[in-house]
Design a protein around this ligand. Sequence first.
Ligand SMILES: Nc1ncnc2c1ncn2[C@@H]1O[C@H](COP(=O)(O)OP(=O)(O)OP(=O)(O)O)[C@@H](O)[C@H]1O
Length: 263
Amino acid sequence: MTDASPIVRLDQLRLDRGGRTVLRDISLQVPRGSIVAVLGPSGSGKSTLLSALTGELPAAAGTVEVLGQPVPRSQRALLELRKGIGVLLQGNGLLTDLTAAENVALPLRMHTRLPAPVIRRLVQMKLHAVGLRAAADAYPRELSGGMARRVALARALALDPPLMIYDEPLTGLDPIASGVVMSLVRRLNDTLGLTSIVVTHHVHETLPIADHAVVIANGGLVFSGTPAQLQASTDPLIRQFLNGEPDGPIPFESRAFTSGEAA
Ligand SMILES: Nc1ncnc2c1ncn2[C@@H]1O[C@H](COP(=O)(O)OP(=O)(O)OP(=O)(O)O)[C@@H](O)[C@H]1O
């Protein structure tokens, strides 16, 4: 029997930072098996939203449920929850004095008691999944930007998390490497039975692999629907964002927070 409950459920969520409300009234359900693109201009609160999913930032109001449970407050329960969330951060976060294989092995060494030969085999499998088995003994400096991103992706997959979160996975990559990484995101999602949340302002590279898209701007969720619906939207705010125009309903120096509420 498959579990039909959403893997992430946000209800009337408000998030504050530095005494200001960054996002308000965010309600969203992420179905299992889907890829959801979270889009929005710089400073709109995308990373802030991610912090709420990993429990780094508690909700100021409303609820956040991840992997079928409210995000806990205790450090111990949070650590347990985070084992089920693979995160690919903006920088790759690879340790430069470790090889690709050693980097991928890190979470397995830290969070499991598996014997070394089993870890070696799992690492080979993860590197194979991102098409880099041959690069196991290379150091990060010997890899191209796209290859390093894929090693970081293999490391994020090390503990077989059901939920993957990608924070700006294309930053610094050329168009070819971007295409490789995005198609890998889709393939891994489908072959490993994952659910993926991709936070990015790379709209045109991300929409083709997404099942659902949300746009955050001006302190809230301004769109939620399929990529086709997003592309067809006539909302001036959405058009401004999609076309990258400086003038329109999104302020150029996007100040995502709305003043007052948490002050
Ligand atoms: N630790 C913090 N304290 C106070 N304000 C913060 C903090 N972190 C972020 N902010 C503010 O919250 C807002 C949203 O920032 P956030 O980093 O979530 O946006 P973003 O959409 O991820 O931006 P980018 O695409 O540039 O990474 C911004 O106005 C930012 O200045």
